[in-house]
Design a protein around this ligand. Sequence first.
Ligand code: URA
Length: 193
Amino acid sequence: MKRYSWEELYAELSDCRRCRLCERRQHIVPGEGDPHADIMLIGEGPGQDEDRQGRPFVGRSGQLLTRMLEAIDLKREQVYICNVVKCRPPGNRTPEPDEASACIGFLRAQFALVRPKIILLLGKTASRYVLNQEVFIGRDHGRWVERKGVWMMPTYHPSALLRDPALKRAAWEDFQSVQAKWEELSNGGGREA
Ligand code: URA
């Protein structure tokens, strides 16, 4: 895997034409937050608001996500937030597998730079491409997977919670579990430096 600095990563992303999603984008949405965050959140891909602003999770689902983070005493600036694909899929469709694989190197590079202790996978697309296995959110949300000292958990995508508010209770329990895991890891249970 190519080793990037943040500057190299952003420079390479800035004129990326690795897949067809470059054709209709207004802005690339690389990601934002603490570059050395303990907690990384990964979504699917930018929506319309994100494409306009060049920032992840700033639309309605982003506002809900921000409130859920705040409810577990986390500010957006404390975590690192990004997506599987960095350009908006037209009509907010799910990224095609070739689009995700064209972009996944950037996500891996972000992971290598941030070195999070915890990764929260927002929805099926992020869960599937990061865990490299089929995931059913209704069944698998809230289940921790540990790989090489990094703890990862699939949970509902905030847009699913907007569509079906009855899911919010389960998502809230997932977020509380993230808070508990973070406290546990911060109190000596973390991976080696
Ligand atoms: N949905 C996502 O998956 N990512 C965003 O940045 C916004 C909405």
